[in-house]
Design a binder for this molecule. Structure first.
Ligand code: C5P
Length: 213
């Protein structure tokens, strides 16, 4: 029989990149495809959860049974996350831009020399949730790293007050690809999971979430 252990739970997932406008026609972005976050939202919905998926700009279809909120910028993502609370668990998979640009109101023109972009820090949505009175009971972050993956992920788990960090080595072709290599860091240690399709990683994580809730 299907595993419906997440029935009655509300799970919040962020996914995809953010786009930070430079001017009305240009933006700063990153290589996140949204695939892993969408797969996690789908897996939680399959296990019966009510799922709110806050998605940056991606070209993926909305998984069955998932409530999707589309955003463009990190600031919009932060607002959408705050509005979606309370949640029993939050899985922050989005590759949120660390800075936004003090955007120009009109298209920047060439000719007068290269413009300087003024960067302003974005809120850290995961860390803010970790410190919030509305903190979900289970808070899961992701750490995309290209070196010293476990060290950086362990530091992030503490700094952001997350319960778990899913660390992935993105030095290969993980970003945009169909498969992922992850380590799950919890309060009790590290588990290295086999390289697998993102849907398999997602179902395994959803089962662990059900165990924890
Ligand atoms: O610090 P870093 O960006 O590597 O942390 C990654 C984790 O933090 C991910 O779970 C990501 O979704 C979350 N994050 C966030 N808001 C930010 C930056 C990262 O929620 N501004």
């Amino acid at each position: 029989s299907p595993d419906r252990r997440l029935a009655g739970r509300h799970i919040l997932v962020t996914a995809g990149p953010t786009h930070e406008p430079i001017d009305p026609v240009r933006y700063i972005a990153n290589r996140s495809s949204g695939k892993q976050g969408f797969a996690i939202a789908a897996a939680c919905a399959e296990m019966g959860a009510r799922v709110t998926l806050v998605s940056g700009p991606v070209t993926l279809p909305t998984p069955a049974g998932v409530d999707r909120i589309n955003v463009e910028t990190a600031l919009q993502m932060a607002d959408a996350v705050a509005s979606a609370l309370p949640a029993d668990a939050a899985i922050m998979v989005a590759a949120v831009a660390d800075w936004h640009v003090e955007a120009a109101g009109q298209k920047l023109k060439k000719g007068a020399g290269a413009p300087a972009l003024s960067l302003v820090p974005n809120p850290d949505i995961l860390a803010d949730l970790g410190a919030s009175p509305n903190r979900p009971r289970l808070l899961v972050g992701f750490a995309a790293e290209t070196e010293r993956v476990l060290d950086h992920a362990a530091a992030k788990r503490i700094a952001k007050r997350a319960d778990w960090i899913v660390a992935n080595d993105v030095s290969g072709d993980v970003m945009g690809g169909e498969e992922n290599s992850v380590h799950l860091l919890t309060e009790t240690g590290v588990e290295s999971w086999p390289h697998a399709p993102k849907a398999v990683v997602a179902r395994r994580l959803a089962q662990r979430i059900a165990d924890a809730l």
